[in-house]
Design a protein around this ligand. Structure first.
Ligand code: ATR
Length: 279
């Protein structure tokens, strides 16, 4: 009976076990495959991964904070994993570990239409931002990146081949009007905002700039709307919730492991029934 899991730290609030178990049930595989959450501290990650194949695991999703280390320890990273520098889907077989990054196709699948030819702004420069910037560029968008710490913006931009938003623009609010797609790949919004406007200020985003020409993807979600989502909606922008990206990346992982088509609607129902969050 092949086992699957999500490995993170902390991981107790992950929505993946409920979502993937619902999918396996709907696919008629619940008697065959299992999916659980395993909390692993960073200094135990490599050792734990090494033991999983003997424990009957066929593969795992890797989440915060292990995605970059996952890339470093695997035998066969995909081209996308190499380019992004982070992995979230590992498969065990023949004594080797293969790695994919389904955050990238998950983001593209969650968009209402192809980003080809669109101008996209990615906020952030961590693992999530690297996957988002790479995915959008690979799908044909023109991608700019902004991050609070500019050094990391430059590193991401040169590693992935996208454009940094220059620091002289950082004292002013970001000109959202220059872009058609905005992706929040920072952790801003995970905590409930302090003062009204604090999150928008942290992201240098002008709340008034959003119009019905914009698409906002906020990878952060929780029980209530983030300040960024609220600002975008009130300007008339279309919004993709981080939950949809979670569903699509989870479906892409299940496709890799089971080689079957996952039931996206059942996965959406499973996570919308649960109000907790997962970065
Ligand atoms: P992940 O792997 O999910 O991307 P991460 O690597 O910890 O997580 O990245 C978090 C991102 O959120 C970073 O881009 C971080 O900016 P810095 O590089 O300047 O740290 C961004 N971030 C976190 N808190 C922030 C805040 N209060 N204001 C602006 N950006 C913030």
């Amino acid at each position: 009976m092949p086992r699957l899991a999500v490995i993170g730290h902390p991981v107790a609030h992950s929505l993946s076990p409920a979502m993937q178990t619902a999918a396996l049930r709907e696919m008629g595989l619940a008697g065959e495959w299992t999916y659980e959450a395993i909390d692993v501290e960073p200094n135990e990650f490599r050792r734990t991964i090494g033991q999983l194949p003997q424990g009957g695991f066929a593969g795992v999703n890797v989440t915060i904070p292990h995605k970059r280390e996952a890339f470093e320890i695997v035998d066969d990273p995909s081209d996308a994993v190499r380019a992004i520098g982070a992995a979230n889907t590992l498969s065990f077989g023949g004594g080797r570990i293969a790695a994919e990054n389904t955050d990238a196709p998950g983001l593209i699948a969650s968009l209402p239409e192809s980003p080809r030819g669109r101008r996209a702004l990615v906020l952030g420069a961590g693992g999530a931002a690297r996957a988002a910037a790479w995915a959008l560029a690979d799908a044909g968008a023109a991608v700019w990146v902004w991050n609070r710490t500019h050094k990391k913006t430059e590193r991401l931009a040169s590693d992935i081949g996208v454009r940094p938003v220059q620091p002289e623009g950082m004292n002013r609010a970001l000109a959202v009007s220059r872009y058609e797609i905005v992706v929040n790949a920072t952790s801003v919004g995970l905590e409930p905002p302090g003062r009204p406007g604090a999150d928008l200020k942290a992201l240098h985003v002008d709340a008034e700039s959003f119009t019905d020409k914009h698409l906002l993807v906020d990878l952060v979600y929780g029980e209530s709307e983030t300040e960024l989502v609220r600002a975008a909606r009130s300007g008339g922008a279309q919004v993709v919730d981080g939950r949809e990206v979670l569903v699509q990346q989870g479906a892409a992982s299940l496709r890799i492991w089971t080689r079957q088509e996952p039931p996206i609607d059942a996965m959406r129902r499973a996570i919308h029934a649960k109000p907790t969050d997962e970065p």
